[in-house]
Write a new protein. Structure first.
Length: 155
C-alpha cells in the first residue's frame, strides 16, 4: 500500500482517545481513562498518513503527553478558544481528517476533508461530522474511526 503523504489524521484527546473522565484526589487530577484498542489501530494507520494529537487539558497534559508518547506520537497543548486558529495555521483542511467531540471542534469538523465524532460527542460535533462512531470515546471509538477511514480511502 502506498502512503498518502499529504493526509493527516488529527485527533482531540479527551473524549476521543479517553472516556473524557478525569479522576481527582485531594491533590488534583491524577488519572485519565484511555481505551485499550486504539493504539494498535493508530500505529497501523501511521503507515499511510501522519497522525497528530491536540489537547486543551492544561492540568492533565502530563498524563496525556505520557500516553501519546508511549504510543509513539506527539501531542500539542492548544486551548479550546485557540483550537480553530491553531489548526488553520498548521494544517490544510483539504488534507485533514479530524476527530473531535466538543463544541470547540465543530468548526474544524465542518472544514476538514473527512471528520469523525465519537458516539458520546456533543450534539454540534456529531451534527457536523461525516461519521459518528458507535463506540464512545475511550471505548474503541478511534479504532472504529480508523476502520472507517481505511474503508473510505481504500487503504
Amino acid at each position: 500500500m502506498k502512503k498518502i503523504d499529504n493526509l493527516t489524521f488529527l485527533l482531540d484527546v479527551d473524549g476521543v482517545l479517553t472516556s473524557g473522565n478525569f479522576f481527582y484526589s485531594s491533590e488534583g487530577k491524577v488519572l485519565k481513562e484511555f481505551g485499550p484498542h486504539d493504539a494498535y489501530s493508530l500505529k497501523s494507520l501511521s503507515k499511510f498518513m501522519h497522525i497528530s494529537f491536540i489537547s486543551a487539558d492544561f492540568r492533565g497534559f502530563e498524563i496525556t503527553q505520557k500516553r501519546i508518547e508511549d504510543m509513539g506520537f506527539g501531542v500539542k497543548l492548544v486551548s479550546e478558544e485557540e483550537r480553530f486558529e491553531y489548526v488553520s495555521k498548521n494544517y490544510n483542511f483539504d488534507d485533514l481528517i479530524y476527530m473531535g467531540d466538543g463544541d470547540a471542534d465543530k468548526l474544524i469538523i465542518k472544514e476538514s476533508f473527512m471528520s469523525i465524532a465519537p458516539n458520546n460527542a456533543r450534539p454540534d460535533a456529531k451534527n457536523a461530522a461525516n461519521f459518528i462512531t458507535k463506540c464512545n470515546g475511550g471505548e474503541g471509538a478511534v479504532a472504529e474511526a480508523i476502520d472507517w477511514i481505511i474503508l473510505k480511502l481504500k487503504l
